[in-house]
Write a protein that binds this ligand. Structure first.
Ligand code: NAD
Ligand code: SER
Length: 320
């Protein structure tokens, strides 16, 4: 079997996708890579790789006989607004390198887009699968361009490119990487550690969210799906729940009744959130490859708190 390469493997998604892929396909089959070095021995192959270096990427793909690339490298929305030029090069430059190497070596590519690809002109409730895409962040600009680039490589060169538009992802493992939806992770750590959380988004700001096990399953199921059924290859809307800080706090209070909420709005991240939809329509993913989430708000919250209470997760790494 040709190997699977995961780029950006030490991030919030990669740190959970790599073990899931290894469990499904075998430890030696999955090569993890990142520009950073791992803290410990992850148990399987790891290569240090900056995906901006096209030659180094090609060497890894050739030497490890890579047949599928899960390309997770990106600067997220809030970090991207602090460093827009770098976000452009990291997000689009690395994707271009991955698509080129995939074309050359006949590899399939999974690359995630985001609800950040939408903008203030998009219908907000729900945002349809095919709609106006005029984002106002550099992150969104790179995500829309990335969707189009991946489509282009499929139609023009026959590369098997696939992807989803993830909503905000909630997990207890690696901390989130600098996004607008990070509050929905931070609140759990703060609730368990201090019983109090100060949100940087307003109490009624509604965005789509998903628990990480569903996000991992979405990526793997899409890559296993019958390609002939896929009309929207690179930008399937997927969602599981719509949260506001107050709605999430109310659910956490069912387990931690004393949780106190404060609000110190960050104008940059609030403006980003206000430019995104309140809900996305994921019926195309449901129809074309059978997507369905398994975790709703209650199930996700119970699982998050159970895991954090037993000491799982990267609480020490999370800025709350
Ligand atoms: P993350 O920030 O947690 O991880 C990204 C990883 O990429 C980091 O480990 C970082 O070290 C690495 N990286 C950065 N520059 C690199 C480079 N030049 N070469 C190699 N590695 C590099 O991000 P994540 O949350 O795991 O997101 C992965 C993908 O999913 C991104 O495309 C992101 O836009 C998308 N996404 C994430 C979310 C979310 O809520 N986490 C939501 C929607 C979409
Ligand atoms: N969670 C991501 C962010 O907020 C969405 O793509 O940037």
């Amino acid at each position: 079997m040709r190997r699977i390469l995961v780029t950006g493997a030490l991030g919030q998604i990669g740190s959970e996708l790599v073990p899931a892929l290894r469990a499904a396909y075998g430890e030696a089959t999955v090569v993890a890579s990142d520009v950073r070095q791992p803290a410990g021995d992850g148990g399987g192959p790891f290569v240090a790789l900056d995906c901006r270096d096209a030659a180094a990427l090609a060497t890894v793909v050739r030497e490890h006989r890579v047949g599928t690339i899960y390309h997770l490298v990106a600067l997220l929305s809030a970090t991207g607004e602090r460093h827009p030029q770098k976000a452009y090069h990291v997000n689009l430059g690395t994707l271009m390198n991955v698509l080129e190497v995939a074309r050359e070596y006949g590899a399939a590519v999974f690359t995630p887009s985001s609800i950040g690809a939408f903008g203030p002109g998009t219908p907000r409730d729900p945002a349809p699968q095919d709609t106006i895409m005029r984002p106002t962040t550099m992150y969104g600009v790179t995500k829309v361009a990335g969707e189009l680039l991946a489509d282009y490589y499929h139609h023009r060169f026959g590369v098997d490119t696939r992807g989803v538009r993830y909503p905000g992802l909630i997990s207890y493992g690696s901390p989130p990487g600098g996004g607008t939806t990070d509050y929905a992770v931070e609140i759990f750590h703060a609730a368990v550690e201090r019983g109090e959380y100060t949100s940087f988004l307003g109490p009624d700001t509604q965005l789509d969210m998903m628990y990480m096990p569903d996000a991992i399953r979405a990526a793997m199921e899409l890559m296993e799906a019958d390609g002939s059924r896929l009309r929207h290859r690179n930008a399937f809307n997927v969602t599981a729940m719509q949260l506001t800080p107050e709605r999430l706090a109310a659910e956490i209070r069912r387990h931690i009744p004393g949780l106190r909420m404060k609000y110190e709005i960050d104008p940059v991240r609030q403006a980003i959130a206000d430019s995104w939809p309140r809900r996305i329509d994921d019926s195309a993913a449901r129809e074309e490859w059978g997507w369905a989430p398994r975790y709703d708000l209650a199930a996700m919250t119970a699982d998050m708190l159970a895991n954090l209470s037993r000491g799982a997760g990267g609480a020490a790494n999370v800025a709350v």
